[in-house]
Design a binder for this molecule. Structure first.
Ligand SMILES: NC(=O)c1ccc[n+]([C@@H]2O[C@H](COP(=O)([O-])OP(=O)(O)OC[C@H]3O[C@@H](n4cnc5c(N)ncnc54)[C@H](O)[C@@H]3O)[C@@H](O)[C@H]2O)c1
Length: 446
């Protein structure tokens, strides 16, 4: 049995691990394994590999000193696919975006699989971590790996184990977040569990499809619940009820409830995109994923709603977006990180400009953001962004903004302030509107 020696190699720390794709997911994983194993990190981006080889890091949660520590010991970043031939196990952590038609784009998984297949030998093992629809590992990856004549499940190992990294989360990391593992047979699940068991705890499932589905369910759950609370926020705004206060009150029930909070929509590489992988697969089986589609629409609408609130505030001061100057604060999609992928801020900027406003942006963690109207560069300081603006939209709850909110708010004096994240008490010398906050009485009833 070619796969049998792998367990022993893993148990004794002799296995060589190839991590394919060194992004937000692959790099932390590669370094976690580098504590116990030799790791070859393969990425097609020369820029990423050059930066890592020089001891730098492009991921907020990974310090350059951590990269340097493992470069000296056990971690080798490379762009050379022939180095994959040295590995015993491959872990694929490449992007899974949606294409222009909002359908799954598996091209990165396919090209990663092709690079691996070139170097496959009996006894090697492939694990997919990229988020995708149930069926991808066995219906898409497996046939590519078997092209060289090896039989998956016998000559080659194959498993799926979803990534659960939450960038910026200091409490839950790879080490204290259980890893779901499902192989294409019992032996594959055993070997993959042995591997992940070296760095964290493992939750075994019966197969690849169940592991793929578990990840999608986690993201659908968040997407749908965020959309639900956003719908409630729109209703409560009109009813003059503070959604945040209501959610905290409901959350005082110690069972059967989990609070979610409203906001300007969802961002990042997972929650806005992954549910549509399942919707796509459902369609192939004649089902419409109605909750998923509706949630996407609701969460997208919240970006426009942030602009609508700004318009209402400007109206109160006798202005309109046309000719007004508006500061968008926060370009990252969540607090205290620098990732702008799918960030609500880009749509907010585009919508403001479409309605005639001049937009200035600021983020303490991000230099610039790409929009369909071009690149918007952050001012150097918050003070600079606030100078001479008519309205301010707090999009991301960065620490710097929370400090302003809880401290001296004189910089906001006389402006319209739109709070998408419940950061301000609304009691300063400004016109205040917030997502999920009671609307000024004139705007409430239709
Ligand atoms: N970022 C998150 O918070 C998060 C959380 C859970 C799951 N995921 C999932 O993990 C997967 C990876 O996401 P990410 O955020 O790390 O992406 P990323 O864009 O940060 O990194 C992907 C890396 O893969 C490289 N790459 C692309 N094609 C390649 C190929 N054929 N061979 C080798 N390298 C290749 C890219 O150059 C890049 O460095 C996705 O499926 C994503 O949905 C992401």
């Amino acid at each position: 049995m070619p796969l049998k020696p792998l367990k022993e190699k893993i148990a004794t720390g002799q296995a060589i691990i190839g991590v394919v794709g060194l992004g937000y997911i692959g790099l932390p994983l590669a370094l976690a394994f580098a504590e116990k194993f030799r790791v070859i990190g393969y990425d097609t981006s020369p820029k990423a590999v050059d930066q890592l080889s020089a001891g730098h890091s492009y991921i907020d949660d990974i310090s350059p000193s951590l990269v340097r520590r493992f470069l000296e010991r056990s971690f080798e970043p490379t762009c050379d696919p022939s180095r994959l031939g040295e590995c015993d196990l491959f872990i694929i952590c490449v992007p899974t975006p949606l294409n222009a038609e909002r359908k799954p784009d598996l091209s990165h998984i396919i090209s990663a699989a092709e690079a691996i297949t070139e170097h496959l030998k009996p006894g090697q093992f492939v694990i997919l971590e990229s988020t995708t629809y149930p069926g991808t590992t066995e219906e898409v990856l497996l046939p590519l790996l078997e092209k060289g004549g090896l039989k998956a499940g016998e000559d080659l190992g194959l498993a799926y184990s979803p990534e659960r990294v939450d960038p910026g989360n200091k409490k839950y990391t790879i080490r204290n977040t259980p890893k779901v593992v499902g192989g294409m047979n019992e032996m594959c699940t055993d070997i993959a569990s042995e591997l992940y068991g070296a760095i964290t705890t493992v939750h075994r499932v019966s197969g690849c499809k169940e592991a793929e589905a578990a990840k999608i369910v986690e993201n659908v759950f968040r997407n749908v619940n965020i959309a639900l609370v956003n719908e409630l926020a729109l209703i409560f705004e009109k009813l003059g009820i503070d959604t945040w206060e209501v959610m905290d009150a409901a959350a005082s029930k110690p069972f059967g409830f989990m609070p979610f909070y409203p906001g300007p929509g969802v961002g990042g590489h997972c929650i806005p995109l992954d549910p549509f992988y399942l919707a796509y697969q459902a369609k192939k089986y004649g089902m419409d994923a109605k909750f998923i589609e509706t949630s996407g629409e609701f969460n997208d609408f919240m970006r426009v709603h942030a602009v609508e609130l700004t318009e209402m505030g400007l109206e109160q001061t006798g202005k309109s977006p046309e000719g007004s100057r508006v500061a968008v604060l926060g370009l990252a999609y969540k607090p205290d990180i620098s990732d702008t992928r799918e960030s609500p801020s880009s749509t907010i900027i585009e919508t403001l400009v479409e309605r005639g406003a001049e937009v200035v942006v600021y983020d303490p963690h991000v230099g610039e953001i790409e929009t369909s109207l071009g690149i918007y560069r952050s001012t150097v300081t918050l003070k600079e962004a606030l100078e001479g603006v008519d309205a301010v939209i707090f999009v991301t709850a960065h620490r710097e903004f929370k400090e302003l909110a809880s401290g001296d708010q004189s910089l906001l004096s006389g402006k319209v302030v739109v709070d998408c994240k419940n950061m301000l008490d609304g009691k300063g010398n400004y016109v205040y509107l917030g997502i999920g906050k009671p609307l000024p009485s004139k705007e409430g009833k239709e």
